[in-house]
Design a protein around this ligand. Structure first.
Ligand code: BMA
Length: 318
């Protein structure tokens, strides 16, 4: 055990929550679990999951110069479910993640498409967050928490995702030559067992963060209790050339629901990030997360400090 107080690797923005339903230009029930990216001009774009009064979700973009306030929200849904052409979207589209793919000069948006067959992973490409080219379901149900890596690994695209299995919900990676056909499936991160905070169910939170040391993964772990589920965040590091290999994993969670807006809402005790941006210093992370499935909040962290924490407190799970 390491002596001293737990380091605060993520610090909440004092003005949290930064976005809520009352901010929306049209009637909505809740807004949460946003994807994030910085556009070429430095603007922060959040692609938020918005739940309507049927309980169905769509995606809506909010833009801000500083990534904290003065959000300009699209006047209408930015990306709505289109169940007529894509039946897998019958009950809505949820929890997007954005990856800038320089080879394609496009953003890849992975999201959960929800329908009678369960939640599956869908992929769309966009240049401007106004029109979207759908590639359809890339991972069949039950599967979610997916993000594309920003470039090919050994000639193949790579997708992190989280299929469900009776042995637990673990993080996997799959490879594709063309973004349509996927194979080479490999297990990346196992949910632990028993009393652990990340027992039985883990999943990728925002897309992987590429560093010189490897791919930094912020993942969520779910603890089932008599009162419900507790969603917390942990850290792992994946090998740079072989992202299926986890080289370091922390034992302790680094962020969990503490603030009132994280503990009270439609689904209390949930922090659920789907996106981050990196400031101009190349190190300061803005982590955007849904709080209690009800609003959007932000926390700041340092990539360097997270890697140092993994060096000090993590271990090689192999
Ligand atoms: C997960 C996802 C998230 C949600 C979380 C807590 O399974 O569906 O969208 O925030 O549960 O309800």
């Amino acid at each position: 055990m390491r002596p001293g107080p737990r380091p605060a690797l993520l610090t909440r923005e004092p003005n949290n929550p930064i976005l809520c339903a009352a901010d929306w230009p049209y009637p909505i029930h809740t807004v949460f679990n946003p994807a994030a990216t910085r556009l070429r001009d430095g603007t922060t774009l959040l692609l938020c999951r918005v739940e309507d009064h049927r309980g169905h979700s769509h995606l809506c973009a909010a833009r801000s110069a500083n990534g904290v306030d003065h959000w300009v929200i699209d006047a209408e849904p930015t990306m709505s479910a289109r169940p007529d052409e894509f039946p897998e979207e019958l009950w809505g589209i949820e929890d997007p993640r954005i990856t800038w793919v320089s080879e394609l000069n496009k953003y890849a948006v992975t999201y959960t498409a929800f329908s009678k067959g369960g939640p599956g992973v869908a992929l769309a490409l966009t240049e401007d967050f106004r029109s979207f080219e759908r590639l359809g379901l890339v991972m069949q149900p039950d599967d979610k928490d997916a993000a594309l890596l920003p470039h090919r690994i050994d000639g193949h695209w790579a997708l992190i995702h989280r299929p469900m299995h009776e042995s637990g919900a673990h993080v996997w990676i799959s490879y594709s030559p063309d973004l349509r056909n996927w194979g080479g499936h490999k297990l990346v991160l196992l949910a632990r067992k028993g009393a652990w905070w990340d027992a039985n169910k883990v999943g990728l939170s925002p897309p992987l963060i590429e560093t010189e040391r490897g791919w930094l993964m912020i993942y969520h772990g779910v603890r089932h209790t008599a009162a419900g589920s507790l969603y917390r965040l942990g850290l792992a590091l994946l090998d740079r050339e072989h992202p299926n290999v986890c080289i370091l994993r922390g034992d302790e969670w680094v962020f969990g629901p503490e603030a009132t807006y994280e503990r009270e809402g439609d689904v209390g005790y949930v922090v659920f990030p789907c996106g981050y941006t990196v400031e101009d210093d190349g190190d300061t992370l803005h982590l955007y997360y849904g709080a209690a499935d009800s609003c959007v909040a932000m926390a700041r962290g340092s990539i360097k400090a997270m890697l140092e924490w993994l060096d000090a407190c993590g271990s090689d799970p192999r």
